[in-house]
Design a protein around this ligand. Sequence first.
Ligand SMILES: *Cc1c(COP(=O)(O)O)cnc(C)c1O
Length: 235
Amino acid sequence: MEEQLTERLGAVRARVDAAAHAAGRDPDEVTVLLATKNQPAEAIRAALSLPGAARMLRGENRVQELVAKGPALTGLTTPTHLIGPLQSNKINAALRWVTCVESVESPGLADRLAARVQTPDEPDRTLDVMVQVNVSGEPTKHGVAPDDALPLARHVATLPSLRLVGFMTIGAHTPDETVVRTGFAALRAVRDAALADGLATAAHLSMGMSGDLELAVAEGATIVRVGTAVFGPRS
Ligand SMILES: *Cc1c(COP(=O)(O)O)cnc(C)c1O
């Protein structure tokens, strides 16, 4: 298993590096986040213990899975991001295991999250968050419409326990590369507008997955979220 993981992880990193070079970017600007949904803790631990994984992030979609695997992964220092929808009744559970919530998609969620970050045990904690944007307009996808992204980002920036670190999207589900790439460009435009608006910490662009990471890197991705390219097809 380790040999295959090493090989696949290396192949993903090589794809990212090649795409960065092709775009005239520094490959070090792009971090690989390992999307570990449906993967057992042993496989996650094996992948994240490889030398190539030292600078990686991990992402989970479902809070239930995050919580279930949490104890088995203690000791791993890889920062973990929530990359799926967050219901209000799961906020406390999520906060126990993540360093960043990439899926903030409403002012209400931002408010409820902000209210829970600081506790008597951690009175000074701040949580990194990203605003999730639905750039494709596909109704099955989470996230705010591009036009609503900057207002939501401004709102998040007013909440002292949250630190807005950027924007996240899931690319359009189509083989048409122009459409996918246009969506990623739209996320970059939102990010650039936020920076121009004075939201100086909102620099990250989390976009691109196993099938479309080259297009995302070409449009400025700083985090690509990869599952199947490392673990193989999900069962
Ligand atoms: C599953 C998932 C990924 C990774 O997708 P792959 O196609 O397996 O690389 C990335 N982001 C999110 C939000 C996901 O749910």
